[in-house]
Design a binder for this molecule. Structure first.
Ligand code: NDP
Length: 434
C-alpha cells in the first residue's frame, strides 16, 4: 500500500490473488524464491502520456493515456484499452494484474498488460473519436508491436476505435502489421467470434459449473448487468441455451423484461444507435419496465452474470441474490463483485466463477486472432467457436482440478489464482532475475 498509494482497485486485486496462495507457499517453496511475489506485483514497464485532441468546435482537450506492460513471462503483453472517465493508474494496474493470470489460464502464449485513458467517449462524434484515437496512437505506437505488446478493446473501445487506432499505427509505421491489435474488422485481419467471445465464454464457463451439479441453463431466469459487448453476447448465448435473460443495465439504470430481453432490439439500440438502456425500455412495450434507481440484483433469478464494471455487486446485493435462490454467479466483467460479495458466495453453496476464469474467452479468441494473422489465414465461425468452447472447458477443468488438488473442491477462485500463479511464477524463475 505504501509503495502504490491510492490505487485501491489494484490493492483489491492483489489481495484477492494472494489470499489464495497460502497452500502454494507450503507446497512449492521453490516458486517463491527470488522475490517472485514482489516481482510479480511490480509492472515491467508503466507508460503514462499526454493525449491532446481537438473537438468539433475547435476546442483543445488534454487527456491522460496509460499502458501498463505488466508481465511478459509467457508471451507479448496482451490486454485491452479502456476509455472511461474513471480510468487512472490504479484501475489500469488492477486490470493488468488480473490479465497476467487470466492469460496464463487460457493456455495461450500471452503475457499480461492493460491500458486506456480517462477520455469520456459518451456523446462524442465519430470525428472526435477518430481524432482522439489518432492522438492516443501517436504516442502508443512506439511501445507496441506483434512481438512486444498487443492491445485490444475494453470498456469504451470497440470495433470503431480499434479501426482508428490500427489506421494510425499503419500510417506512422508504414507496416501492415495485423498482429499488433486484436478486435479488428473481419475484412482487415479480424477474427470471427471475437465480438461474441467474452459473453459466450462466460456462459460456457457457467454451463460447465452447472453441469457439476447436474444442472443447465434451460428454463432459467438469468440476471445480467451491463449492455455493452460482454452483456449482449452473454444474453445471446444464455438465450440460445433456453434461458430467459430478464435484465440489462447501464450506468443510469436497468430494464426488466418479463418476456426476456429482445436481442435484436438491444443490438439495434446499443450497437447501431449507441443509445441508452432507457431507449430499449421505451421501444419494447408492455413487457419491459425501466428502473432508474435501485439495483439490477434485486430482480429474482437463478443465474447472475455481472457484465458491466468493477465493484458493481456488493455484499448486500449478494445477500439479496442468495435470498432469491441464485445457484450460479459468473463474472463476465473484471472484478464486478466486491470482496465481501465474493466471500458470501463462497460461504454459501453457490457456484462462483471469478472473472479471470469466466471472462477469459475474449482474450483467448484474441490469441486465436493473432494465430490467424501470423499464418495469414481466416477461420470459419464454427471452427473458431469450437476452439473457444474447448478453451473454456479447459479453463474450467484446470480451475476445478487445481482447487481439488489443494484441498478446496469447488473453489474456482482458488483454482484460478493458484494455477495461473504457478504457471507464471515457474516461467519467471526459469527466465532468471529480470
Ligand atoms: P462496453 O463499453 O461495451 O460496455 C460496458 C457496459 O457497462 C455498458 O453498459 C456501461 O454502461 C456499463 N458500465 C460501465 N461503467 C459502469 C458503471 N460505473 N456503472 C454501471 N454500469 C457501467 O464494455 P465491455 O462490455 O467490453 O466490458 C464490460 C466488462 O467486461 C469490463 O469489466 C471489462 O473489463 C470486461 N471484459 C471485457 C472484455 C471484452 O472482450 N470486451 C474481455 C474481458 C473482460 P454506460 O454506457 O452507462 O457506461
Amino acid at each position: 500500500t505504501a509503495r502504490n498509494p491510492g490505487e485501491s482497485e489494484f490493492h483489491q486485486a492483489v489481495d484477492e490473488v494472494f489470499e489464495s496462495l497460502g497452500p502454494v507457499v507450503a507446497r512449492h517453496p521453490e516458486v517463491l524464491d527470488s522475490a517472485i511475489v514482489e516481482r510479480i506485483c511490480e509492472p515491467e514497464r508503466q507508460i503514462i502520456f499526454r493525449v491532446p485532441w481537438t473537438d468539433d468546435k475547435g476546442e483543445v482537450h488534454i487527456n491522460r493515456g496509460f499502458r501498463v506492460e505488466f508481465n511478459s513471462a509467457l508471451g507479448p503483453y496482451k490486454g485491452g484499452l479502456r476509455f472511461h472517465p474513471s480510468v487512472y493508474l490504479g484501475i489500469v494496474k488492477f486490470l493488468g494484474f488480473e490479465q497476467i493470470f487470466k492469460n496464463a489460464l487460457t493456455g495461450m502464449p500471452i503475457g499480461g498488460g492493460k491500458g486506456g485513458s480517462d477520455f469520456d467517449p459518451s456523446g462524442r462524434s465519430d470525428a472526435e473519436i477518430m481524432r482522439f484515437c489518432q492522438s492516443f496512437m501517436t504516442e502508443l505506437y512506439r511501445h507496441i508491436g506483434e512481438y512486444t505488446d498487443v492491445p485490444a478493446g475494453d470498456i469504451g473501445v470497440g470495433g470503431r476505435e480499434i479501426g482508428y487506432l490500427f489506421g494510425q499505427y499503419k500510417r506512422i509505421t508504414n507496416r501492415y502489421e495485423s498482429g499488433v491489435l486484436t478486435g479488428k474488422g473481419l475484412s482487415w485481419g479480424g477474427s470471427l467470434v471475437r465480438t461474441e467471445a467474452t459473453g459466450y465464454g462466460a456462459v460456457m464457463f457457467a454451463e460447465e459449473m452447472l453441469k457439476t451439479k447436474g444442472l443447465d441453463f434451460d428454463g432459467r431466469d438469468v440476471i445480467v448487468s451491463g449492455s455493452g459487448n460482454v452483456a449482449i453476447y452473454a444474453i445471446e448465448r444464455a438465450q440460445s441455451l433456453g434461458a430467459k435473460a430478464l435484465t440489462a443495465s447501464d450506468s443510469s439504470g436497468y430494464v426488466v423484461d418479463e418476456d426476456g430481453i429482445d436481442l435484436e432490439l438491444l443490438k439495434q439500440v446499443k450497437e447501431v444507435e449507441r443509445g441508452r438502456i432507457s431507449d430499449y425500455a421505451e421501444r419494447r412495450g408492455a413487457s419491459a419496465r425501466y428502473v432508474a434507481d435501485g439495483s439490477v440484483w434485486d430482480v429474482p433469478g437463478t443465474v447472475a452474470l455481472p457484465c458491466a464494471t468493477q465493484n458493481e455487486l456488493n455484499g448486500r446485493q449478494a445477500k439479496t441474490l442468495l435470498e432469491n435462490g441464485v445457484v450460479a454467479v459468473a463474472e463476465g466483467a473484471n472484478m464486478p463483485c466486491t470482496t465481501d460479495a465474493v466471500h458470501m458466495f463462497q460461504e454459501s453453496d453457490v457456484l462462483f466463477a471469478p472473472g479471470k476464469a469466466a471472462n477469459a474467452g475474449g482474450v483467448a479468441t484474441s490469441a486465436l486472432e493473432m494465430q490467424q494473422n501470423a499464418s495469414r489465414d481466416s477461420w470459419s465461425f464454427e471452427y473458431t467457436q469450437e476452439r473457444l468452447q474447448e478453451i473454456m472447458r479447459g479453463i474450467h477443468e484446470t480451475c476445478a482440478r487445481t482447487a481439488e488438488e489443494y484441498g478446496m473442491p469447488g473453489n474456482y477462485v482458488a483454482g484460478a489464482n493458484i494455477s495461473g500463479f504457478i504457471k507464471v511464477a515457474r516461467a519467471m524463475v526459469a527466465q532468471g532475475i529480470i
